[in-house]
Design a protein around this ligand. Structure first.
Ligand code: HEC
Length: 112
């Protein structure tokens, strides 16, 4: 009986480790990004390779974000973003991470 219990605990532990391994880098969740249309799309498209920190500390105009998508694809092998998904993602980035207007709007420096 005792052995069965230990075995069960061991299996549980293994499952937990697996669950952790499939999380995004740094254990981030979509809610790390501002809520709004495109939040999840950006999160899942972009955290395959790096955390969102690199996005959250950026500020680009819409056309620059758009160009960055091509750069990310050509240079870094991101799956090409096209059509409605691309529009959604670029709109989201431009809206939330557009050129900074002073003073920084309530950005938390410790999150960058
Ligand atoms: C296939 C891998 C991959 C994917 C997917 C990816 N990136 Fe990147 N990205 C990179 C690499 C590699 C770098 C360079 C990292 C470095 O310099 O440390 C980078 C750098 C960046 C930078 C910094 C650029 C600069 O010059 O300051 C930004 C911003 C960025 N990525 C945004 C995004 C966004 C937004 C997405 C989702 C739409 C995304 N990335 C998806 C690989 C990727």
């Amino acid at each position: 009986m005792r052995n069965v219990l230990l075995l069960t605990l061991g299996l549980l532990g293994g499952a937990l480790t697996l669950a952790q391994a499939t999380e995004a880098p740094g254990g981030e969740e979509p809610s790390v990004l501002p809520a709004g249309p495109g939040q999840e799309e950006v999160f899942y498209a972009c955290t395959a390779c790096h955390s969102t920190a690199i996005i959250r500390r950026s500020s680009f105009r819409r056309d620059q974000w758009d160009g960055l998508m091509d750069w990310m694809t050509e240079k870094h092998g991101m799956n090409p973003l096209e059509g409605a998904e691309r529009t959604l993602i670029v709109d989201y980035l431009a809206q939330h991470y557009g050129p900074r207007t002073a003073p920084a709007r309530g950005r938390n420096p410790f999150l960058n």
